[in-house]
Write a protein that binds this ligand. Structure first.
Ligand SMILES: NC(=O)c1ccc[n+]([C@@H]2O[C@H](COP(=O)([O-])OP(=O)(O)OC[C@H]3O[C@@H](n4cnc5c(N)ncnc54)[C@H](O)[C@@H]3O)[C@@H](O)[C@H]2O)c1
Length: 388
């Protein structure tokens, strides 16, 4: 295979972001097809993005000979059946997070991918900020025993109003946890990736701002659409059964402690993921709303601010900087680089700056096991061991 021929399923928020990122890897892949939930939305997106083939039926896309790899960018409940169908059709898969709704489903997908000898990845793309890669490189160089504690948050405000609506509010489409599965898993993936430490035990508490919310009748529900510009008669009330907010204590391997706050109802915080690491000698802090700087904290000398500049970074993070120092690297660039890692592995090519280490189906399973332990802990009010 000289170039990977890629299809994207899903035309909402993240589907077109994937389509653009495919095209930012022109030496490795090309976009050949797109599927939407109807002929109309598929046609509209295909025309906007100039994709040669489109369909409102994803099965017509995944059965095509000019498709080698499928990106699944649909609501969570469709991930399991769609990954399964793609693998059974002989296609490699990149699935949006979370991989499935349960760990049982995730295990089935791992076995199927192995049986079919196909490559699969889960899109925990936030690992691919260059400064996160830099922290990982620095941790590897410092060796084990340096890290003492981890802290963080992932805060958003797009579900703050009672009328804000997304399919994520429906647990049958989104899963038994909402905020934790949707954004908390990004932080947990990132923390385990940067430190190389597994989370072993969790103690969680959930909270909801509204027991009942209002949803638009027949309105758009794409991610980040505003739901507050309609008349009261345009809404119906429905009960909410998932969390708006979660606080979680972690016990990482080696007895390292950690905590995370996750919220989709924190006014003024848009996509604010914060990672803080405290060590014996230095601390690191980073947040996704200013992703090109890291604070390196010292006790006995002045703190340092490291700004993203490939000439100052380790080889792998430098290779994941699309632009020179001072020019901002952002969310869209993380997609470019996760695809570069994954596509290179499929093509058997080496990557600049070190080996591919994209999030695998095993990492997707690990996040499902964490979600399940967190749900059990929130229900029982006690520490719960994470399954393996
Ligand atoms: N990695 C990230 O940073 C990130 C960011 C946002 C969303 N996501 C994940 O991506 C997925 C999609 O989220 P979104 O925010 O784009 O949602 P969205 O609601 O904006 O888009 C979902 C799209 O899927 C389409 N769809 C639904 N059923 C379909 C079907 N049977 N066939 C084809 N298309 C179908 C819908 O029409 C819609 O266009 C979710 O699993 C979410 O967790 C990941």
């Amino acid at each position: 295979m000289r170039k990977i021929r890629v299809a994207v399923i899903g035309t909402g928020f993240i589907g077109p972001v994937h389509a653009e990122a495919v095209r930012r890897n022109p030496d490795l892949a090309e976009l050949t097809a797109i599927a939407g939930s109807s002929e109309e939305t598929a046609a509209e997106t295909a025309s906007k993005l100039n994709v040669p083939f489109f369909s409102g039926d994803y099965k017509k896309v995944i059965s095509r000979e000019d498709v080698d790899l499928v990106h699944i960018c649909t609501p969570n409940h469709l991930h399991f059946p769609m990954v399964k169908d793609c693998l059974n059709s002989g296609k490699h898969v990149l699935c949006e997070k979370p991989l499935a709704l349960t760990s049982g489903e995730a295990r089935e997908l791992i076995q199927l991918a192995e049986k079919k000898n196909l490559k699969a990845a889960v899109n925990y793309n936030l690992r691919y900020y260059p400064m996160i890669q830099e922290l990982k490189s620095r941790n590897s160089a410092m060796g084990p025993g340096q890290i003492f504690a981890l802290q963080g948050s992932y805060l958003q405000d797009w579900l703050l109003h009672e009328t804000d609506y997304s399919w994520r509010m429906e647990s049958k489409l989104s899963g038994k946890t909402r905020a934790v599965a949707d954004i908390g898993t990004h932080w947990m993936d990132l923390a385990q990736y940067v430190t190389g430490l597994k989370i072993e035990k969790v103690l969680a508490q959930f909270s909801r701002m509204f027991e009942n919310r209002k949803k638009p009748v027949g309105g758009k529900d794409h991610t980040f659409d505003r739901g507050d510009a309609k008349k009261p008669s345009d809404y119906i009330s429905y009960p909410v059964d998932t969390e708006d907010y979660a606080q979680i204590l972690f016990s990482f391997e080696g007895g390292i402690v950690g905590n995370l706050t996750v919220s989709q109802v924190s006014a003024g915080y848009k996509n604010y993921m914060e990672y803080r690491q405290m060590g014996r000698d230095v601390s690191f802090s980073w947040n996704s709303e200013s992703p090109n700087r890291v604070q390196i904290g010292h006790r006995d000398q002045a703190n340092e601010i490291l700004l993203k500049d490939p000439s100052l970074l380790q080889p792998r993070p430098a290779s994941m900087s699309a632009y020179p120092g001072g020019h901002q690297e952002g969310y869209g660039d993380t997609l470019k680089f996760i695809l570069r890692d994954f596509y290179s592995d499929i093509l058997g090519r080496s990557v600049e700056g070190g080996a591919s280490d994209y999030p695998s189906l095993q990492d997707g399973l690990s996040e499902m096991l964490l979600c399940e332990a967190i749900i059990t802990s929130a229900e029982q009010g006690q520490w719960v061991e994470v399954g393996v």
